[in-house]
Design a protein around this ligand. Structure first.
Ligand SMILES: C[S@@+](CC[C@H](N)C(=O)[O-])C[C@H]1O[C@@H](n2cnc3c(N)ncnc32)[C@H](O)[C@@H]1O
Length: 373
C-alpha cells in the first residue's frame, strides 16, 4: 500500500458516524389532515411515504445477509425502527429501500420542476419494488402534472452477474418481477402516466435516448450501472432538472463513476447532500460535450464481462434469524445423535435397543423441545 493511500475509517469513526446518523434520524410521522387542498396533499404524501417505507406500524421487518451468506429477516423494534426511517436496510415488505429524508427531498425536487416549468419526464434507473417511482408519480398526480411520464427502468430480475464473485447478483431477494411492480403501482392508483423499461441498462438505455428529463434518479449501485445511466441520460437533462444519486456516499464504485463523469464533462454544479448517502445536483447550464456512448457494455477495465441474468427460484422465502438459528441447532443435535447412535451400535442386542430408545427420547428434536436432563 502506498504511503498516501486513503485509509479506511476506523471502527470508532464508523461508530461515531452511525450514532450521529441515528441521532439525526427523520421523524416517523405524517402531517395530520386539514380541510384545505394543500394541507390534504401534504397529509396524503406524508402517509404515502410512511406506507412505502413500511413505517406505519410500531415495528417493521428488515432483511440482511448473515455472515455465512444467507439472507434472513428480523423485526426492528424501539429505536431500531430508525434504521428503516434512515433507509439503511432492505425492507422485508416495504416498497422502497429509500428512507424518509430521501423521499422528502424527492418530493421537493418533483415540486420544484413542476413549479418552475422545467421540461421533461422523470426516470428512476434501478427501481427494485418501485416505491420511489410510485412516490414520484403520486407527487406529480397530486399537483395535476399528468403530462409528464415516469419511467421505471430495471432488469426486474435483480442485479446482473458480471463476475463469479458478484455479491448482489446472487441475492434473489433483490430480484422483483415486472408484474409485481406493476401491481404495486395499480394498488396505489398511480398506474397511469408510467412507462416500464424492463431489461439490463446495457440493452435498454439506447431506447430512450431521445427523451428529455427533468428528474433522473440513479439507484443501480454498481460502477457500470451508474456510469452507463449517467452517460445515456445526463445529456438530455433539462437546465433546472435534478440528477439524484442514491448511494454516492457509501458505495465507492458508485462515487467513482459519478466523480469521473463529472470531471470529464466539466460539471461544476455543487453536490448537495440529501442524507447520509444520497447526493444530488441541479443542472444550471446545458450540456458542454457529453458524448452518447455506443450501445454495448462499458466497463472500467476490471475484467468484467457483459451482464448475465441469474437463474432464480420462483418465490424465495425469507426465513427469520430465529428460524435460521433453530435450523442450526437442529443440525447440531442430529449430528450429536448420529455420533451417539454410532457408539450404541457396538453394544449387545437388548442393551442396544434400550440405549437407542433412551437416546431418541433424550436427543431427537422432533420428539422433545431439547435434550432432557
Ligand atoms: C438498490 S436497488 C434499487 C432500490 C430502489 N430504488 C428503491 O427505491 O428501493 C438496485 C436495483 O437496480 C437494478 N439493477 C442493478 N444493475 C442493473 C442493470 N445493469 N440493469 C438493470 N437493472 C439493474 C436491480 O435489479 C435492483 O432492482
Amino acid at each position: 500500500m502506498k504511503a498516501d493511500a486513503p485509509q479506511p475509517p476506523s471502527r470508532a469513526a464508523l461508530r461515531a458516524e452511525l450514532e450521529a446518523a441515528y441521532a439525526a434520524a427523520p421523524v416517523i410521522a405524517a402531517p395530520g389532515p386539514r380541510p384545505d387542498g394543500e394541507a390534504l396533499r401534504a397529509a396524503y404524501l406524508g402517509v404515502l411515504k410512511l406506507c412505502l417505507c413500511d413505517l406505519g406500524g410500531s415495528s417493521t421487518m428488515s432483511v440482511d445477509r448473515t455472515p455465512d451468506g444467507l439472507v434472513a429477516s428480523r423485526e426492528l423494534v424501539g429505536g431500531w425502527v430508525k434504521t428503516r426511517a434512515l433507509g439503511m436496510d432492505w425492507p422485508r415488505t416495504g416498497l422502497t429501500m429509500v428512507g424518509l429524508d430521501r423521499l422528502h427531498d424527492l418530493q421537493s425536487c418533483v415540486e420544484s420542476v413542476v413549479r418552475d416549468g422545467v421540461e421533461g419526464d422523470l426516470i428512476e434507473a434501478g427501481t427494485w419494488r418501485g416505491g420511489a417511482s410510485i412516490f414520484m408519480r403520486a407527487t406529480l398526480d397530486s399537483l395535476g402534472a399528468g403530462d409528464r411520464t415516469v419511467w421505471v427502468a430495471d432488469s426486474f430480475q435483480g442485479f446482473p452477474a458480471t463476475t463469479e464473485e458478484d455479491e448482489l447478483a446472487v441475492v434473489d431477494f433483490l430480484a422483483v418481477s415486472l408484474e409485481e411492480v406493476r401491481e404495486s403501482f395499480a394498488r396505489f392508483g398511480v398506474e397511469d402516466g408510467v412507462r416500464f423499461l424492463p431489461g439490463f441498462f446495457e440493452e435498454t438505455m439506447s431506447c430512450i435516448e431521445d427523451r428529455r428529463w427533468s428528474i433522473i434518479r440513479l439507484d443501480g449501485d454498481s460502477y457500470e450501472a451508474t456510469r452507463l445511466t449517467l452517460e445515456w441520460l445526463y445529456p438530455r437533462l433539462s437546465v433546472g432538472g435534478h440528477l439524484i444519486v442514491d448511494d454516492y456516499e457509501v458505495l465507492e464504485e458508485c462515487r467513482q463513476a459519478v466523480d469521473e463523469f463529472r470531471g470529464e464533462q466539466g460539471i461544476d454544479e455543487p453536490l448537495q447532500r440529501v442524507d447520509w448517502t444520497c447526493v444530488r445536483w441541479r443542472r444550471e447550464r446545458p450540456s458542454q460535450s457529453a458524448p452518447i456512448p455506443p450501445p454495448g457494455f462499458r466497463s472500467k477495465g476490471n475484467g468484467r464481462t457483459g451482464p448475465r441474468a441469474m437463474k432464480r427460484p420462483e418465490s424465495p422465502r425469507i426465513p427469520t434469524v430465529e428460524e435460521l438459528e433453530l435450523v442450526r441447532e437442529t443440525v447440531a443435535l442430529r449430528e450429536r445423535l448420529a455420533i451417539a447412535e454410532g457408539g450404541a451400535r457396538s453394544l449387545p442386542g437388548s442393551d442396544l435397543r434400550r440405549a437407542r430408545a433412551w437416546l431418541r427420547r433424550r436427543f431427537d428434536p422432533r420428539r422433545t423441545s431439547g435434550p432432557r436432563r
